[in-house]
Write a protein that binds this ligand. Structure first.
Ligand SMILES: [Zn+2]
Ligand SMILES: [Zn+2]
Length: 332
């Protein structure tokens, strides 16, 4: 199956956990946490549609300045998701700069503050000096926090001695093009197949697609092409879980969020030898991270946010988690 998302653990397993996800066939991307990071070019940040913050400890939030600096002149809005307090923290960051020359800028930032049972949304525009445009609070049930044609975002409030969000990015469904059927129906493969997928994801089934055929280009409806060329299978999913205590309540919440997830990025801050220390600071050990991954049935698992003290003992981190460096759980 062709992947729907291309994910990258920007800093590798050590240091601040930053996961960049490109939505394939779209000029869009999503960033999970932004502490200190290198290795993302301006073009990567310019395609960001959403930044999902787990919590605002400095190692998860300081890179927000760099994101803002890079996208400041663009027209497309940015969505910021985060836990209780994210509105005030984001606005404080924005208000720490002077904006007297920004009246021609079109950037708008929409901040979504995620509580257990509600979401508060606040907008701030560059051309108004990022003054908060008072938002609205709507109740939420379940884990869904955003619906886009190519992905949905889900979140659960977890405990890290403070509220901390775990996230799942999901493809709503996966579109498979039957290559043999393309030729059998007299079509010639080309970029129009990407257009077809985009229109199916957007639910625009009555529209024509300009299809290359043996006898030239002609318009064929999305619904007909879907019938002839497409099978639909369950969508792919990716979870980002960091800075949480190993508690029954967190495990229950994660089961409701990320059961059976395809790819799991999870913190493994300490080795088991510092379990008490991890517990006191609301962090996971590698052994605990591995136990959570098995409980969720995650198909691929990657440790992140490993304490730099283990820079020469990463093999022990993987061994305690029970996964190899390619993300495959032992015995899978
Ligand atoms: Zn933290
Ligand atoms: Zn941290």
């Amino acid at each position: 199956m062709r992947p729907a998302f291309l994910s990258r653990l920007v800093n590798g397993p050590l240091f601040d956990p930053v996961v960049y996800v490109r939505i394939l066939n779209e000029r869009k991307s999503v960033l999970f946490d932004c502490g200190h990071f290198q290795g993302l070019a301006p073009r990567h940040l310019l395609s960001l549609e959403a930044v999902c913050i787990s919590h605002t400890h400095m190692d998860h939030f300081m890179g927000m300045d760099r994101v803002l600096r890079t996208i400041l002149h663009r027209d497309e809005p940015l969505a910021v998701y985060g836990p209780e307090g994210i509105t005030e923290k984001t606005l404080s960051k924005l208000k720490s700069y002077t904006w007297n020359l920004s009246s021609g800028y079109a950037l708008e930032i929409t901040i979504h503050e995620i509580f257990a049972n509600s979401v508060m949304t606040t907008r701030a525009r560059a051309d108004a000096g990022f003054d908060a445009i008072s938002g609205q609070t709507v109740p939420r049930t379940g884990t869904r926090i955003a619906d886009c044609p190519r992905y949905t975002l889900e979140a659960a409030v977890l405990d890290h001695t403070i509220p901390c969000l775990g996230y799942v990015l999901k493809e709503p469904f996966h579109i498979n093009i039957l290559k043999g059927a393309v030729r059998e129906n007299g079509y010639i493969p080309g970029p129009w197949l990407g257009d077809l997928k985009a229109l199916i994801y957007a639910g625009r089934l009555d529209e024509p697609v300009r299809v290359a055929t043996e006898s030239g280009v002609r318009g064929v409806s999305v619904s007909r092409l879907r019938e002839e060329l497409v099978t639909v299978t369950p969508g792919q999913s990716l979870a980002f879980v960091t800075d949480i205590a190993f508690t029954p309540a967190n495990l229950e919440a994660l089961k409701g969020l990320a059961q059976g997830v395809d790819t799991l990025f999870i913190e493994a801050y300490y080795l088991d030898e510092l379990e008490a220390h991890a517990g006191a600071r609301g962090h996971l050990t590698a052994r605990q991270a591995g136990a959570i991954a098995r409980e969720l049935g995650a198909k691929r698992v990657f440790p992140m946010h490993v304490s730099p003290r283990y820079h020469d003992r990463l093999d022990e981190i993987y061994a305690e988690m029970g996964v190899n460096q390619g993300g495959t759980p032992a015995g899978a």
